[in-house]
Design a protein around this ligand. Structure first.
Ligand code: ATR
Length: 273
């Protein structure tokens, strides 16, 4: 059987997902295709979904701006996608379209693969900075992976409270985070601060050497935040791996195969424009 897979979104012409998923098909010895399916406007989204049902695709990824638009067209969504309120992966299971969100769990897997000590310790104190869509995905990815000691900090505190509802996570201010930064072994920077200018969401003067410091920015962009973390002896991690590992988790949902991604991280950096 040849697998029919797709990416839906707009614009997606420069997406690395076709390269990633085609490599996965080759690496796992499966036959199939992963094609782009651009939907240029929300008005035609419903018709396009009808066509897609008729094509009987085995699965698809869904990206901006449709990660929420897709939800009413699905038969079921899994608990993480429900908590995040967005879907990036759909799988045909029997006659049903089932929605998942693999962004957060993918990011967590990237961290665990790179830092085996984090992989072994589910009680590790983790601080998430920012409370936008990316933070929401990563937070629920950490919950799904079983991490128990989570703290959220954001300029607007109420957004943290909304994300952590129903869990035992803590919420603190950015000033408290800055003061107590040495209390955390893993710090994940998810905000847009510092992407375009030399600003930081918190100062890392008190950072403990050896702390894992992750920023969702794509390498090769080096933010002021990561520069200071490196100077303080932090172990640095970049966000582009989220794309690779969310894809690995999606592929696993479609095929039941856990594909080996060795070497793809480095190759991917050469392709990021
Ligand atoms: P995304 O969906 O990509 O995660 P977003 O929803 O726009 O992005 O979220 C941006 C994050 O950056 C938010 O946490 C935002 O803080 P607020 O919730 O208080 O707005 C944070 N952010 C942006 N500019 C900031 C600034 N100058 N100082 C502190 N936080 C900032």
């Amino acid at each position: 059987m040849s697998l029919k897979l797709k990416l839906i979104g707009y614009p997606i012409k420069h997406s690395l997902s076709p390269w990633i998923q085609t490599s996965f098909l080759e690496r796992s010895g499966l036959e199939g295709s992963y094609r782009l399916h651009e939907i240029a406007s929300k008005e035609i989204f419903g018709e396009e979904m009808k066509k897609l049902r008729e094509e009987e695709v085995n699965g698809f990824n869904i990206t901006v701006p449709y990660k929420q638009t897709i939800i009413p067209y699905l038969d079921r969504i899994d608990i993480t996608a429900e908590r995040v309120g967005a879907v990036n992966t759909v799988s045909l299971e029997g006659n049903e379209w089932v929605g998942y969100n693999t962004d957060g769990i993918g990011y967590v897997q990237a961290l665990r693969d790179k830092f085996p000590d984090m992989d072994r310790n589910i009680d590790v104190p983790i601080l998430i900075l920012g409370a936008g869509g990316a933070a929401r995905g990563i937070f629920h990815g950490l919950i799904q992976a079983g991490y128990t000691n989570l703290t959220l900090a954001n300029r607007t505190k109420s957004k943290c409270e909304d994300i952590m509802k129903g869990t035992s996570a803590s919420v603190i201010t950015l000033a408290e985070a800055e003061k107590n930064i040495a209390a955390y072994d893993v710090i994940i920077q998810t905000s847009s601060v510092g992407m375009e200018e030399a600003k930081q969401i918190v100062d890392l003067s008190n950072l403990k050497a050896g702390t894992i410091v992750s920023d969702i920015v794509y390498q090769p962009l080096v933010t002021q935040f990561l520069k200071q973390a490196a100077e303080k002896g932090g172990r640095i991690h970049y966000g582009h791996t989220m794309l690779l590992y969310q894809a690995q988790k999606a592929f696993e949902i479609w095929t039941n195969k856990n594909v080996d991604v060795t070497g793809m991280d480095e190759e991917m950096i050469t392709k990021i424009k």
